[in-house]
Design a protein around this ligand. Sequence first.
Ligand SMILES: O=C(O)CCC(=O)C(=O)O
Ligand SMILES: [Fe+2]
Length: 292
Amino acid sequence: MDITRDLLPTWRDWIVENLQRGCAPDSLIEAMRESDFDAPHASALVHEFRQRLESGEISKRHGVQSLVPARTAFEYGVPRLPGGNTIETEDGGVCVAMRIARPVVAVLNGVLSAAECDALINLSRARLERSTIVDPGTGEHGVIKERTSEGTFFMPAENELVSALDRRIAQIMNCPLENGEGLQILHYGVGAQYTPHFDYFPPDQTGSTVHLARGGQRVSTLIIYLNEVTQGGGTIFPELNLTVVPKKGSAVYFEYLNDRGQVDPMTLHGGAPVIQGEKWIATKWMRVGRFE
Ligand SMILES: O=C(O)CCC(=O)C(=O)O
Ligand SMILES: [Fe+2]
């Protein structure tokens, strides 16, 4: 029996694409397990696609020729994130606690004060809604079980605090202010998580077109922790075996679009389940052009 017969095309493409770009099969199986595949099934699927890719059979049977030619590897240029141990902003500076060069990831301390974190949480509480994701096929927003947080967006310059923070964040991320999407606040209760994903819009997928029309591809992400989580809730980077532990006012930064328009799959990341306590974050996504 063909074990791939009942698999959704989005999962099929996801497995094929990730195998082609050299992801470890175990990290795919792990991500699938977190999306409620049972382990033997996930493992069988990944190994089946691996064999089909190796034998060259996959393009004939699944019609995914566009995925089959080897992608040119992501080329790292000069990081967009400023160098140095601190990053200056108009109202102070933030400390770089840790940097990785490939992919470009950094942990930053002192991005927000404790009072600013509390103010953002208080402003958001009353307007939280269940978070959605963009369906790669249709481009529509939908609620899925892989993302169980609640959130809200602030419009640019919606209030004085948001204006000041947006300016500071743009300086840290070294991008024009107007390229930023509205600051997003997320809240995760016990058990809530966001399984590993990319923040960029998958270049090959039709659903991306509508999003790319507004400001182009995403360039970089800043996730700011607004509180401390008693247990769990770290930001995980499965390709790097890295977990960033939430610390109030600190942030994790990563960038994934180069000058050639390539996106960096090593920035796969997610929010691990909150085991005890709750988790509040503010996320900023920068676009390559003006976001309107
Ligand atoms: O919750 C986290 O730590 C990750 C959030 C995230 O990946 C996102 O909002 O895109
Ligand atoms: Fe993300």
